[in-house]
Design a binder for this molecule. Structure first.
Ligand code: BG6
Length: 307
């Protein structure tokens, strides 16, 4: 049952979806349809995987390779689906700032990219991979975001300064991963990097240890890594995250008290997720000369422990 504000909205959405399917649908492998909230989403179903994304925020909300029995991305059952508000889970894009806006405390947290509706530029099928390019321009910074749903999920965000002066910005692919139990997982790959603890505002040295979650965790690691792995014994799988052009990695779990404080997140949902965010934020923010382009990208895949 779809929920529309008015009959006019309903007709407009259906016309828009017909138009999207005509121009960008790829048979039954990429179909646009209304989400129960009335938001427009693209649904991917190929030999390689299933997936889903919203035009709101160019938000990837689902990805599951065909050989997996469960999703790789966590979505909150309490998420709001409304233009102007972020979707909780999947992969929100934080841009052009991360966290609170330093100059304007009223500005939305994590920027504007995740709360606005993007345009589709192109869709393409290559073998069993379905690719979608979405675009938007925020304050003279053009964003071209390519989602490739195959046996792995490849996300690549190209940022181009189309304005007339040099710019700085922050960007994060704020990925929520689905876990069996956050208390049992270990995250490998960041042990040689120092980090800023966002909770204490202290800069911490490298620990030399895999990350384990035992309390609220909110860290910004600094430095490039080729690969990060989430070892999840409960699901007998590793999730592999391969960032590119990313000089920051944010690791977040809200734990008990913050989960209760967040209205769009279930009180116990912190147990089934963690965020490992491919990012360029803070001291590692992006500088762009006029006309310059930079991209940030991540590939996400999984391997079962018995393989
Ligand atoms: C993380 C931040 O990236 O996002 C956390 O490090 C923040 O501090 C979290 O709480 C969620 O942010 P939001 O705006 O989606 O509630």
């Amino acid at each position: 049952m779809y929920r529309f504000e008015s009959d006019f909205d309903r007709k407009l959405t259906i016309l828009m979806i017909d138009d999207l399917n005509n121009r960008f649908g790829l048979g039954d492998q990429l179909v646009f349809s209304p989400h129960p909230s009335g938001l427009v989403r693209g649904v991917v179903k190929s030999k390689a995987c299933t997936g889903e994304f919203f035009l709101l925020g160019a938000h990837v909300s689902a990805f599951q390779p065909t050989d997996q029995t469960g999703p790789l991305l966590f979505m909150s059952s309490k998420s709001v689906y409304q233009v102007g508000q972020p979707i909780r889970g999947g992969v929100p894009i934080c841009f052009p700032w991360f966290g609170a806006n330093k100059a304007d405390s009223q500005a939305p947290g994590h920027g504007l990219a995740r709360i606005r509706v993007w345009e589709i530029a192109k869709t393409e099928r290559k073998g069993d991979t379905i690719s979608v390019m979405l675009e938007t321009t925020i304050d003279q910074l053009n964003l071209a975001y390519t989602l490739a749903f195959g046996t792995q999920l490849d996300l690549s965000l190209a940022i181009t300064n189309v304005g007339d002066h040099a710019r700085e910005c922050e960007a994060a692919l704020h990925t929520y991963f689905q876990l069996s139990d956050v208390r049992e997982v270990r995250v490998f790959g960041l042990e040689t990097l120092g980090y800023l603890d966002t909770l204490t505002h202290k800069t911490m040295p490298a620990t030399g240890q895999a990350i384990r979650f035992t309390e609220e965790t909110d860290r910004i690691y600094s430095g490039e890594v080729a690969s990060i792995a989430i070892e999840d014994p409960g699901f007998a799988r590793n999730i592999e995250i391969r960032p590119r052009n990313s000089r920051s990695t944010v690791v977040w779990n809200p734990w008990v008290a913050k989960s209760i404080r967040m209205p769009d997140f279930g009180d116990d949902e912190y147990l089934r997720m963690c965020c490992i965010e491919t990012a360029n934020v803070g001291l590692n923010r992006i500088s762009l000369a006029v006309g310059q382009q930079q991209s940030i990208a991540v590939s996400i895949s999984t391997r079962n422990h018995c393989e």
